[in-house]
Design a protein around this ligand. Structure first.
Ligand SMILES: [Zn+2]
Ligand SMILES: [Zn+2]
Length: 116
């Protein structure tokens, strides 16, 4: 099997929501999955941008969308998208019944005014 730098297809995602937001009571717009360690973080439109912060602090360069129906990868180092790179360990997205933005109960009513 080919080894791609920054991607370990055997690592499952860390959970259904952003690791840091879940721990700290935050909320997110969309979720991204680190392709190297499985860390789930919130996207760059979310208030805390934990996926980008994770990439910057760990050097893990590639995330995959963790949204249902999305299969793209983003390379923070190359600043470009990739598709169909490799099949990662399941699940491929957060639970279908989990709201966007999420998680349930933590999203303020004026969330649209709070994102980029
Ligand atoms: Zn977050
Ligand atoms: Zn990572």
């Amino acid at each position: 099997m080919t080894t791609i730098p920054g991607i370990d297809p055997h690592i499952p995602p860390s959970g259904p929501g952003c690791v840091e937001c879940t721990a700290g009571g935050g909320w997110w717009v969309h979720l991204r999955r680190c392709a190297q360690c499985g860390h789930i973080g919130c996207c760059d439109s979310s208030p805390a941008k934990h996926a980008g912060a994770h990439a910057a602090s760990t050097g893990h360069p590639i995330v995959r969308s963790y949204e249902p129906g999305e299969d793209w990868f983003w390379d923070y180092t190359a600043h470009r998208y990739a598709r169909d790179v490799v099949e990662l360990a399941p699940p491929q997205h957060h639970p279908i019944d989990q709201p966007v933005p999420g998680p349930a109960g933590a999203v303020p009513d004026d969330w649209r005014d709070l994102i980029v």
